[in-house]
Design a protein around this ligand. Structure first.
Ligand code: ADP
Ligand code: ZN
Length: 716
């Protein structure tokens, strides 16, 4: 097998024109019969790396995967593309199991997904001896490492694969990139001189935003209302919050549900199925949700609370936008969250030799949330990757760079209030004092009598919270978690209070101005980049209907990314439809016609309403012609000249659409025109040809002859 074969299969089965960086080399390595280790982020395109060899090589590829729900999904997606695949695990009924065994016997399958438990059974070993195995693909290969978070004892027993099938190449794949895990995989699988491919962990299609956690519920409602019909996940720390957020959303007329480990297994799988099938677009969940989900059209992920470390955070936001289309992520954070997480970690009941490490990781997470530099740069840096620029253009800091102001007076007010209350107050009371609030505790303790009471009235609660956060970060004060979170002054604080030291602070970006900035950014983008218009919605609805009929999740029919491209390019002919990324042969056959017709109908409706259908006008004429209308009828319906309409048809023909043109021009006439073209200079002008034939050949015929000529020229 060679790469050109691989490329043909990529187009035919998946409808993709090109491999993503790394994929082709990985495929080639397998063709060379070598072992491979693939490190790619979630959504990076790992599956293609073993699926293409599986399809193109003789025999069958065995895919080991620990997540049963994910297997079903992947097999469904493969079958949707016309690739014979099956899974073999404990969830199969007797009858289905027999069917799989029979298909194996008849060598009907190109891929078989098995759970590690099944792989290790004697009976499966015997079956494998009978098979012609092209490749072993070990998905989620990090499960082999006992250091990692997903350790699976069965994975540690898989060395027998290399020993028993020394000639079959192995490809191990994971989204966990650390060096220790890498080494474990290579050693424990017994990989021989493996080629290791590490792709970038950047996910440029994900926008990253961090916001202070105030009025979260209201902010979430607004966020969701700005994204109608989009699917998303809200991650919460507590079960109670998942329920609270879901009911708040429902109260605002938004369809949402909740998910946590306290639900019955039945309820949990129901929520999961509803989400996958777009019946319930939004799930508010604890982090257990999403692990075994391959849903590619999750359009946003919100963190209601700060995650416990950057690894988890990156994995969770990674569940958005797996199809490569734009997706949004938003993280809320507050000191309260840090405190709760810290309390959990330092609770003696949870004490372990990992506690220190976990606290350090939490600190890194907090630094990320507070950071004033490009968030993507920090994330990639955390995973030991350097970003070429300082500005990713797709995080809140890059979109809305922080403005610095002289914050000395602000700092002095806050620090002095802390000093005057003998360092006994926490953040809330401190702000209450500064803003002159009449909270009961302030009066009880007599804080209303100190000099700084009401000294910061001019600033909002929001601003004060933000500034105090910055003062904490600048090391001017500390939170004494063991004294009810009272604020304490540091040595640096004293130099600001007494020695006239100055400090710069960042002006809190008001959420409204953030919104305005975001809006500006959207307008400034090229118009076609993010097409979520009326046509997109029409196509989305059609997708949902077709998915229901076939009993598969909508993203199995077409991904959001594919629909976006259709909405942008409006493919109203078969040739155009074939060019859309994600439309392979099988999907063209199953759905091409219906999506094409929906687009034609949409364009006609637009035109009837007086809108110009730019770029598609010739295709519309063609669509009507195919529908059985004559040139004259089309011209009347669309208020065009007859020659314009036949020109449209010629242009469509030229672009590769197949239809009989003999009623416009005979073969002899085509030959006559083509025969004289070498006497002229390209580009050929209709008028020149017209004159050459001494006005005996009509413009319409010449137009068609030239269309024929250019059509053939591009085919070559
Ligand atoms: P992973 O397993 O690494 O999380 P997937 O294999 O599910 O990622 O791929 C993520 C998405 O990217 C899928 O929708 C997949 O079809 C798409 N994809 C993969 N390779 C390509 C490619 N070469 N061109 C276009 N889309 C691709
Ligand atoms: Zn950035």
């Amino acid at each position: 097998m060679t790469l050109p074969d691989a490329r043909i299969a990529l187009k035919k089965f998946f409808g993709y024109d090109n491999f993503r960086p790394g994929q082709a080399d990985i495929v080639q390595n397998t063709y060379d019969g070598k072992d491979t280790l693939v490190l790619m982020p979630t959504g990076g395109g790992k599956s293609i790396c073993f699926q293409i060899p599986a399809i193109t090589l003789d025999g069958i590829c065995i895919v080991v995967s620990p997540l049963i729900s994910l297997m079903k999904d992947q097999v469904e997606a493969l079958r949707g593309n016309g690739i014979p695949a099956a899974f073999y695990n404990s969830s199969l009924s007797r009858a289905d199991e027999q069917q799989v065994l029979q298909d194996l016997d008849n060598q009907k399958l190109k891929l078989l997904y098995v759970s590690p438990e099944r792989l290790l059974t004697r009976s499966f070993y015997d079956i494998m001896q009978q098979m012609n195995i092209s490749l072993f693909a070990i998905d989620e290969a990090h499960c082999i490492s006992s250091w990692g978070h997903d350790f699976r004892p069965e994975y540690a027993k898989m060395k027998f694969l290399k020993n028993s099938f020394p000639k079959v190449p192995i490809m191990a794949l994971t989204a966990t990139a650390d060096k220790l895990t890498r080494k474990d995989i290579v050693n424990q699988m017994g990989l021989r001189n493996p080629e290791i491919f590490v792709s970038s962990f950047d996910r440029p299609n994900l926008s990253i935003e961090v916001r202070p956690g105030q009025k979260r519920l209201q902010q979430i409602v607004n966020f969701v209302k700005n994204r109608p019909n989009q699917s998303g996940i809200v991650y919460c720390l507590s079960r109670k919050n998942t329920e609270a957020v879901a009911s708040k959303l429902r109260a605002s007329g938004i369809k949402a549900t909740h998910y946590h480990a306290g639900l019955s297994p039945n309820m949990r799988s129901e929520v999961q199925e509803d989400f996958i099938n777009d019946r319930v677009p939004i799930v508010c969940a604890t982090v257990a949700f999403g692990m075994g989900i391959d849903k590619s059209n999750v359009r946003w992920v919100i963190h209601y609370n700060l995650p416990k470390n950057i690894e988890s955070y990156y994995q969770e936001i990674g569940r958005a936008g797996r199809d490569g289309a734009k997706a949004d992520t938003m993280l809320f954070w507050s000191y309260g969250d840090v405190k709760i997480l810290r309390d959990i970690l330092t609770d003696p009941q949870n004490a372990s030799d990992q506690t220190e490490l976990k606290l350090t990781k939490l600190e890194r997470m907090r630094h990320f949330a507070e950071a004033m530099q490009c968030r993507r740069k920090i994330l990639l840096g955390y995973f030991s990757e350097t970003m070429a620029t300082d500005n990713c253009g797709n995080c809140d800091v890059c979109k809305n760079p922080p403005q610095r102001v002289d914050g000395t007076l602000i700092a002095q007010k806050a620090l002095s209030a802390i000093a005057r209350t003998q360092e006994q107050v926490g953040i809330n009371i401190l702000i209450g004092i500064l803003r002159g609030s009449n909270q009961r505790e302030i009066f009880e303790k007599g804080y209303n009598k100190i000099k700084t009471y009401g000294a910061g009235r001019e600033l909002s609660l929001f601003d004060w919270q933000n500034y105090i956060m910055q003062l904490l970060n600048a090391g001017l004060m500390e939170i004494a978690y063991d004294e009810g979170s009272a604020l304490k002054l540091t040595a640096t604080a004293k130099s600001i209070l007494f020695d006239g030291k100055k400090i710069d602070l960042v002006k809190p970006a008001v959420i409204e101005t953030r919104k305005a900035a975001a809006k500006k950014a959207v307008v400034a983008k090229p118009k076609r980049e993010r097409v979520r218009d009326e046509l997109f919605e029409t196509l989305r609805t059609l997708r949902l209907q077709l998915a229901r009929v076939r009993g598969v999740p909508p993203y199995i029919v077409f991904s959001d990314k594919t629909l976006e491209e259709m909405a942008a390019k409006r493919p109203a002919t078969d040739a155009m439809m074939n060019e859309i990324s994600g439309v392979g042969e099988r999907k063209m056959h199953l759905y091409g016609e219906q999506f094409k017709n929906a687009i034609i109908e949409f364009l006609l409706k637009k035109e009837a309403a007086g809108e110009k259908v730019q770029g598609s006008t010739h295709i519309l004429s063609y669509a009507l012609y195919k529908d059985g209308k004559t040139i004259e009828e089309i011209a009347t319906q669309r208020d065009l000249k007859n020659t314009t309409v036949s020109g449209h048809l010629a242009k469509t023909y030229e672009q590769g659409e197949d239809f009989d043109i003999s009623m416009f021009i005979s073969e002899e006439e085509i030959d006559m025109v083509l025969g004289m073209l070498h006497l002229m200079d390209a580009p050929y002008k209709m008028l020149d040809v017209f004159k050459y034939f001494e006005e005996e050949m009509s413009y319409e015929k010449i137009r068609f002859a030239l269309a024929h000529y250019y059509r053939e020229a591009t085919v070559e």
